[in-house]
Structures are given as C-alpha cells and as structure tokens.
Design a protein around this ligand. Structure first.
Ligand SMILES: [Zn+2]
Length: 305
C-alpha cells in the first residue's frame, strides 16, 4: 500500500483511488488504478493527470498496460507521458485534439486570436505534448485482463467525454461531471449544453453507491444525487442570469453579455482565458434558450421571446 493510492471499497480490493497532486486542482486530476491480474502488478489506469511525481511512483509499483482517458483535456492526460508502457484509449471524438496541436487549439477557440500566444505558453509550461497512437474507445463493455468496465459516453463537457461504471459494485468514475461547487464547465468549441444536460440525466439513471469525480473527493450515497441535482440547477441558474440581462424590446448582442459574471465570479486567474471561456459558455446558453423558445433573435441580436 502507498500513501499515494488507496482501496476505494473492501468489496473490490483490486481498485485504487489515486488523488491528483495539489488536491487534484487544475492542472491535476484524480485517477483510478484497476488491477487486471491477481497474479502480478498489471493494471489499467483511468485518466492520467495525477502529476509527474505521483505518476513516477505508479510506474515503479505497477505495470500499467492501458490508460483509458475520460476526455482530451490536458489536466486528465498530461502525466501519461511518464507512464510510457501503456496503450492509451479515448473516445474517437476526442482523439484529434489529443494528437494534433492545431485541433487542440481550435477546440479551445484560441487558434489565431489575441490570446493564442499566452495560451500556448501556458500549455507548454505545464508540459502538454500531443499523444500519438491513441486507440479508439467504443462505448459499451471494456475488458483488460480481469478488469471489466462499462464505458458510458457522456458528451457536453467535451464531445467524447466518457464516464466509467462498474454495475456490480455500483462504482462510477464521473470525470468532469465532477460534482464541484463551481458546477458544470462547457467552455470549449466541442462543448454542448444540451448534451451536458442529457449526460447528467444519463448518470442520474445509473445505480451508483460510490462516485469518483476528477477534482473532488470520493462521493457516496446521497451526496451523489445532490451533486447531480446541483449541477442541473447551476445550468438553470446561469440560464436565468442570461434571461435577466435580456430585454423584451432593445435587443442585445451576445457580446453584451460577456464579462458579466454569468459563469465566473471574477476573472483573476489564467490571464484573459476565463473571459474567453465564459464567452463560449454564454453563447451556448443563448443558443439553448433560443432552442427552448425563451429567447428571440433579431438579426445578430437577442431579446426575450
Ligand atoms: Zn475537462
């Protein structure tokens, strides 16, 4: 046993929770290690953003044969270069931004714009590198040795975002449906608000006793239900903020809603990036409300419907 990982549940001693470095705060995230054989130290790993220091400890203790990524974001992938033995899997929709720096920048919506340079410098500073040879992970059963999991496609946060579920033990790895107080995040160009809502409902329909989110501690029982309800509520709260700002007559452009704290309380961290990500999220709310018939479009501008 190690200070860096621990068994989640006595009924499933082959599964270890690996908390990410620095409390799993970005650019780190939690991972799971699942032993794939009782006879040796072979294991599969779900996500690999624990940080290089912890990844090196894992490499010493386990023979990680596969890493299954929940999605393409760097805080879930950046430590996989430390565990070189593994074959890497991800949902096909998320393979282009993992392997192609241009697709990565395009998905973040920064390609060719004024924050591209600071964004690139930041990603280099945390060691992001393209991953080659990523295998497509198809939703449904996934088996590696003795380890078997259900891959559940839960798009919204990213197009290929997946959760992992073991129905026998009622354990789910929820990744960035992370049950945080901040709420759901959908600030990339492959994000979808509608899909995110559907994905939360899909997770609500599963029988889960233990949930492992990427940036929060393990949740059990009612905290899981409450966390998922809170996530849906947070989307509604942001919708309401947009509706409060729009008028029945004088139409507003989407950009009139930017920088008005619909998502973030302040924009202090990460240079200009949070304003940029919030603008993408605000656009998704406007589109969502248009589709719901609560907002009307007049040329390029919007009013209440
Ligand atoms: Zn993410």
């Amino acid at each position: 046993m190690s200070e860096h990982w621990k068994v989640i549940d006595g009924s499933w001693p082959e599964v270890f929770h690996v908390p990410g470095d620095n409390g799993a705060r970005y650019p780190y995230s939690n991972a799971l290690l699942v032993k794939t054989s009782k006879d040796n130290n072979a294991a599969l790993m779900i996500d690999c953003g624990v940080g290089a220091r912890i990844a090196r400890k894992i490499r010493k203790e386990f023979n990680v044969t596969s890493i299954i990524l929940s999605h393409w974001h760097e805080d879930h992938t950046v430590s996989s270069k430390t565990i070189r033995s593994a074959r890497i899997y991800c949902h096909p929709a998320d393979i282009p931004p993992l392997s192609d720096p241009v697709a990565f920048m395009r998905n973040y919506g920064v390609l060719g714009n004024e924050i591209e340079q600071q964004f690139t410098a930041f990603m280099e500073s945390i060691g992001v590198e393209p991953l080659q040879g990523v295998q497509p992970l198809i939703p449904g059963p996934f088996q590696d040795g003795d380890a078997a999991l259900q891959v559940i496609h839960t798009p919204g946060h990213s197009a290929g975002h997946c959760c992992y579920y073991e129905p026998g033990r009622k354990i789910a790895f929820l990744s960035d449906i992370d049950l945080s107080k901040f709420g759901p995040w959908y600030g990339c160009l492959d994000s979808s608000l509608e899909d995110f809502v559907q994905s939360i409902r899909k997770i609500q329909s599963l029988n889960i006793d233990i949930a492992v989110p990427s940036h929060e501690g393990i949740k059990e029982g009612k905290a899981i239900k409450d966390g998922l309800d809170y996530f849906l509520g947070k989307i509604e709260e942001r919708n309401d903020k947009v509706l409060t700002m729009l008028r029945e007559r004088s139409p507003l452009l989407a950009r009139d809603l930017y920088g008005r704290n619909i998502v973030y309380r302040n924009y202090d961290k990460f240079g200009d990036y949070l304003r940029h990500a919030e603008a993408i999220m605000v656009d998704l709310h406007v589109q969502y409300l248009l589709d719901a018939g609560k907002v009307a479009r007049i040329g390029e501008a919007y009013t209440l419907a």
